[in-house]
Design a protein around this ligand. Structure first.
Ligand code: SF4
Ligand code: SF4
Length: 658
């Protein structure tokens, strides 16, 4: 059992951790303790397993061994490991994007069928015999047309289905195209001055082979090439490997993730401002509780729909429940929160805690950030962990694999299983912490522009006047190596005090709702500076704005790109910084890298495994400034981090002459 005193700054999580101790249930914090001391070579990035002559480790103190069996140096090994982490993160985001593009195609599947009386497209099923209606429809035609327009697709006289097919075709081509032109989505969304700068960035690096630049050519291609370059005996130059990290992360940002966000808005609706709640107190004692956890909303949207099915509600009532309560967890949770106002039970480190309440009938998981430990915790209760993705199977879970063509049927089946499971709940073991907090959420780029009266001009003016010092993109995970949510909230408050507006996503955003930061009245606290307070009151918004899940960090990039257009500068000239105060997943490194690559200096609150490569550290924290005009700040003390971020913002303001 973990001997740590404070594992979280969140009362609900602390309460559940104490409950876990009482019940002798092992959690993530206990497992972290059992891993101590963690391997120093791994922490420094100095271990290589890329071939079977290894594994090789480099002595970090300058003694032998100085090289791997193949002769690879510390910097080569560290840079290769770093690139592989970025590529894995980019792959996870982008594969998600691919699934969404394929779902869009499914929604408008062409078979010469007819429109049903309800307006649903009829098409032939996979077996070629059964005529069905598509489980998915286009919910936001305006957004579809806006995307088409950006991509240069003519919309005049075209049906919605024709436009959607053309958009999905370009998206899928961006994954697999083989020419050397930059991604179509990147060219359509990135502001011209940033694009022009990135076109020259390869030359600035003065590394042979990079004359053609760092812009991504194909999403899958860059990820594959990352694996190729890091294969034994291939690319050994630290700078060259980091340049490919730039290219791969840009393929994530302005490719895979952007496609996910934009096409999800088309299919499920562009978020609008709404009020919701967060934390374990959103679980309801007298209800059937279902948690949707993971990252992709393609199934969770359907689960939410199925939970409204009168037949299933009646069944729940028959078993003595008052109804069916859906709540979210991690980014799947944020997807349905943003679009439907569904409450979120917690962020990454609360997945086991949620089950320990004893009140969860089913945790429905898809992909990414789902700890296999949840299955072990669920064994101590009646909770069913139901895995649904064909690419993510959890030993010990119940497998109900998802097929988008049968989405409605599968979602109803899962909700029914949860309802049936209500009968197995032990009422005397239920302990739901009475902790929850409300927040105003749903700030897509579109709603932001609408709130500002049709453009981002008010934001620009506030920055020029100095009412707002700048903007920080707050992103990323939880990590049990630091007290849960502590870095997130400490840094957020330090920055808001300095009149910096926060735009946030991912597990940072869930922490922020739980701590009340997304309430407009938070602006009245001492944690918000006078300029920021004045600005948010004028526009009736909270001092920090929730823009979505991790893949939706692209909404922050698109906002930055629009702002750069308004200032007529590259993104790198803006007083904007990004921060991942509690990074954990490889995806957080890809996000960090893509902010830097797009020109936004990025702070990491925990050190990634790079310290073993002096040259790599120099590249990431300094030399990248010469190439993409941004770099990493690595600082684990949040007060110092706030000062470093503010200094950077002030430097950018000076350069802009404001
Ligand atoms: S690639 Fe080189 S450093 Fe890595 S395991 Fe093989 S021999 Fe060792
Ligand atoms: S922010 Fe990090 S931990 Fe949270 S869902 Fe995203 S990748 Fe996972």
């Amino acid at each position: 059992m973990s001997g740590r005193e404070k594992i979280s700054m969140d009362k609900a999580t602390e309460e559940m951790f104490r409950r876990a101790r009482e019940l002798r249930i092992e959690t993530v914090w206990d497992r972290l303790e059992k891993q101590q001391p963690q391997c120093g070579y791994g922490l420094l990035g100095l271990c290589c397993q890329n071939c079977m002559m290894g594994p090789c480790r480099i002595n970090p103190f300058g003694g032998e061994p100085k090289k791997g069996v193949c002769g690879a140096t510390a910097d080569t090994i560290v840079a290769r490991n770093f690139l592989r982490m970025v590529a894995a993160g980019a792959a996870a985001h982008s594969d998600h994007g691919r699934h969404v593009a394929l779902t869009l195609l499914l929604a408008v599947k062409e078979n010469g069928g007819t429109d049903s009386p309800e307006g649903r497209k009829m098409f032939l099923g996979a077996d070629g015999l059964v005529v069905q209606s598509s489980p998915y429809q286009i919910r936001d035609t305006k957004k579809l047309k806006a995307i088409a327009q950006r991509l240069g697709i003519p919309t005049e006289g075209k049906s919605e289905a024709e436009i959607a097919r053309a958009v999905a075709k370009i998206a899928l081509e961006d994954f697999g195209k083989q020419d050397s032109n930059p991604l179509r989505f990147l060219r359509a969304y990135l502001n011209t001055k940033t694009l022009e700068h990135l076109e020259k960035a390869g030359l600035l690096a003065k590394v042979p082979g990079w004359e053609a630049g760092v812009l991504p050519r194909g999403i899958d291609r860059e990820i594959t090439e990352a694996l190729h370059r890091t294969h034994v005996g291939t690319d050994h130059d630290p700078m060259s490997l980091i340049l490919h990290s730039i290219r791969t992360s840009l393929a994530d940002a302005w490719g895979g993730s952007l496609i996910a966000t934009e096409l999800q808005d088309v299919l499920f609706g562009t978020p609008e401002i709404t009020r919701t709640e967060a934390n374990l107190g959103t679980l309801r004692e007298e209800y059937v509780n279902i948690i949707v956890h993971g990252h992709e909303p393609v199934l969770s949207e359907k689960i939410v729909e199925a939970a409204g099915d009168p037949e299933l509600i009646e069944l729940a009532e028959k078993y003595g429940a008052k109804g069916i309560n859906i709540v979210g967890m991690c980014c799947t949770g944020l997807e349905v929160l943003m679009r439907r106002g569904i409450p979120i039970a917690g962020n990454f480190l609360q997945q086991e805690a949620a089950i320990i309440t004893g009140a969860v009938e089913a945790m429905v998981v898809d992909v990414q950030c789902i700890m296999p430990g949840t299955v072990d915790v669920a064994r101590c209760f009646h909770t069913l962990v139901i895995d649904t993705s064909p690419i993510a199977t959890f030993p010990g879970a119940i497998h109900v694999k998802f097929n988008p063509e049968k989405a409605d049927e599968i979602a109803r089946k899962i909700v029914r299983m949860a309802v049936e499971n209500f009968r197995n709940r032990s009422a005397h073991r239920v302990r739901i912490p009475k902790v929850k907090q409300a927040g105003i959420v749903g700030f897509s780029v579109e709603t932001l522009i609408e709130r500002f009266g049709g453009s981002l001009e008010p934001l620009k003016e506030a920055i020029v006047e100095g009412k707002l010092r700048g903007i920080t993109a707050m992103v990323g995970c939880n990590n049990p190596k630091v007290a849960h949510d502590m870095n997130h909230i400490t840094l957020a408050n330090e920055l808001m005090k300095r009149d910096i507006l926060l735009l946030g996503t991912g597990c940072w955003a869930t922490a922020a709702i739980k701590h009340g930061i997304f309430l407009p009245e938070y602006a009245d606290t001492d944690n918000v500076g006078p300029g920021l307070r004045k600005f948010v009151k004028e526009w009736n918004i909270p001092p920090a704005l929730l823009m979505g899940s991790c893949v939706d960090s692209t909404r922050i990039l698109v906002t930055a790109s629009r702002l750069a257009e308004d200032f007529d500068v590259p993104i790198a000239s803006l007083p904007i910084v990004a921060s991942a105060p509690e990074p954990m997943a490889e995806k957080s490194l890809s996000i960090g890298m893509y902010f830097v690559s797009s020109g936004i200096t990025t702070h990491l609150g925990l050190t990634p495994p790079v310290l073993g490569g002096r040259e790599v550290v120099k590249i990431l924290t300094q030399k990248l400034q010469e190439i993409v005009r941004a770099s990493f700040i690595i600082e684990s003390d949040m007060r110092k981090a706030a000062r470093a971020i503010t200094d950077h913002i002030d430097r950018k303001r000076n350069e802009l002459g404001i």
